[in-house]
Design a binder for this molecule. Sequence first.
Ligand SMILES: Nc1ncnc2c1ncn2[C@@H]1O[C@H](COP(=O)(O)OP(=O)(O)OP(=O)(O)O)[C@@H](O)[C@H]1O
Ligand SMILES: [Mg+2]
Length: 363
Amino acid sequence: MKIFAITNQKGGCGKTTTATNLAAAFAQKGKKTLLIDLDPQSHASIGLGAIRVEPHDSVFSLFSAGQENAKKIQDLAIKIESGFFLIPSHIILSTIEHELKEREDGLLILTKAITRSDLSYDYIVIDCPPNLGFLTFNALRAANEIVIPVETSAFALLGVGKLISMVELIKIKLHHAPHIKGLVTMFDEYSDFAEKMLQKIKYIFKDKLLKTIISQDMALRQAQEKCMSIFKSNAQSRGAHDHLGLAEELLELEQQESSENIFHEMRKILHGVYGNVYSKQKVFQFYAPHAKVVYVVGDFNNWKMDDNSRLERSEKGEWEKSVYLVPGRYRYKFVADGLWLWDPQNTEKEPNPYGDYDSVFKV
Ligand SMILES: Nc1ncnc2c1ncn2[C@@H]1O[C@H](COP(=O)(O)OP(=O)(O)OP(=O)(O)O)[C@@H](O)[C@H]1O
Ligand SMILES: [Mg+2]
């Protein structure tokens, strides 16, 4: 089961439109999908006809009750279309932040609710509110994939850096590393300004930007007014086509990732059998005599901090780790006591989408 959080603290950038129609598009592709409306404004719920929902029938019950009385996800999900389910929101959700953020496991409530329930969904899509508060943090913690809708307007990129820093914080503090993907929304192909913004967004996100672009389409607004997904409202529209394309791209990326994982596993096995034939040794060294723990993370290990990426310390305060890699070009960073640092011994660096630099090497 894959969990997507659709988030950006900027208001009105297309989060709800993306979340609703992406969830519906997954269902169109035969994937059982649950949309969780985590925004107290309840736009996704209203836009799908779930109005006059009682608080105890909404996502609020996942957060409000003590663990033992908490309702399960499957008790709350309502069927919208074939294969497409919704947990609606309620304005009362906006009152709980203050109360719950003091709770030790406050940021894990949604993650726990998902894992506590024995779910049969292929995908969960979470629509987040337009802020970086408690609810959004819960969604980021639960998600494996974060989709950031960015509309091609003047202030679209403001705050994206802050959001990405928050994901970094989750990586460091909670050892959870969801993938980030940017999505261009509300694109007006006849506007020169939109085209300029598109180039800017491409430059910032680089390979993290999804190829699918969601164009401006009145049919998407009309679908919300009719309280339907775009597929029920106007299946022939540009908006329907774009969201189906988005689901297809995400499904394809998932397949690629799983074949990369298989390849990675096979490489490990081959390495065990044939030693160095298929891969070359790369030794990472980092001088930090006062650090307590140092990792090397990069695209060769999915930027994961775990036992396999931890460096060993020599008596002189030099940290070292050797890894076997197939020939190629790799990006990496050291993480010393939670601080992400480029390699001071390597002058080759490249800007990353977070406004910082990654070190680069070839084997
Ligand atoms: N591709 C599009 N073409 C035309 N209108 C769109 C498109 N995407 C979104 N809209 C409209 O723009 C408005 C804002 O979109 P949406 O509600 O999806 O944004 P949001 O980021 O969820 O907003 P909020 O931050 O308030 O939650 C809505 O009226 C929606 O119908
Ligand atoms: Mg919204």
